[in-house]
Design a protein around this ligand. Structure first.
Ligand SMILES: [Ca+2]
Ligand SMILES: [Ca+2]
Length: 252
């Protein structure tokens, strides 16, 4: 005798392994026994109506932006390469058109997604895997997210490499030593403790500095092709430092 309800079980992704077991069992039972089929049935779920329970979920349909790229050394934010996008989702089942909020850890970075599907990816630009990339080479980071019903989707991030700019040069800066204070009183040479040069690669942001009591100074190790912005101050022997000079941009 064949047990019909078992044959009516719909094909559902999450139960695929169980279903395969069942089909194989039915084929085997073509010349088998009723007892053999009955023994398989409990694997399909608990409760009195397992068929109804399985039929409830329909996989979500996920679309939208699921790939993006970052490039070594290009616009890192606090040393992180960042990119983002938005996925879209529909689901025939009420209340399931949403994503599971979470942070997924990839090989090179992390991806965070909201329930609405907005995601952001961040990777440490300084990690050796990225810094050792040459121009024209890439890394791939695949990050798997899911909807609330467990439908999986992969977001693929391509990390492009860049050749390192290691060519450096030195420059000599010189200036006219001030002879007057801001209140127009005289500033004698022996009242000057030092001059301090501040510089950086962004206007108004001076991440490096060098001091001297001379009227010229050599700055070493500047990257060729890069624009640096310089200002200078004078500090007197009482430790009072002047305001910045006018900024001077120099492309090496
Ligand atoms: Ca669903
Ligand atoms: Ca590189």
């Amino acid at each position: 005798m064949i047990i019909f309800p078992l044959v009516k079980i719909p094909f559902k992704f999450r139960f695929i392994s169980t279903l395969i077991t069942l089909i194989m069992t039915l084929q085997m039972s073509a010349c088998g026994t009723e007892e053999f089929l009955t023994a398989v049935a409990p694997n399909l779920g608990s409760g009195s109506e397992p068929v109804t329970e399985i039929a409830d979920n329909h996989a979500a349909l996920i679309s939208g932006v699921d790939s993006a790229s970052v490039t070594e050394d290009v616009n890192p934010n606090s040393a992180n390469l960042e990119v983002g996008g938005t996925l879209e989702i529909t689901d025939p089942d009420t209340g399931e058109a949403a994503f599971s909020e979470k942070t997924v850890t990839g090989i090179y970075g992390k991806l965070t997604i909201t329930s609405a599907g907005t995601w952001s990816y961040t990777a440490d630009n300084n990690q050796s895997a990225i810094q050792s990339l040459a121009g024209g080479t890439t890394l791939i980071d695949n990050l798997i997210i899911s909807s609330v019903d467990g439908t999986l989707h992969t977001i693929t991030i391509t990390i492009f490499g860049a050749d390192e700019n290691n060519t450096t040069a030195n420059i000599t800066l010189s200036w006219n030593v001030p002879v007057q204070r801001e209140d127009n009183s005289t500033l004698a040479l022996d009242e000057i403790e030092k001059h301090t040069i501040y510089f950086g690669t962004t206007s108004g942001q001076y991440t490096n500095q060098a001091s001297t009591n001379s009227d010229a100074h050599i700055i070493t190790g500047l990257l060729v092709g890069t624009t640096y912005y310089f200002v200078i101050t004078t500090t007197d022997t009482d430790g009072r430092e002047s305001q910045h000079s006018t900024e001077v941009p120099i492309t090496i």
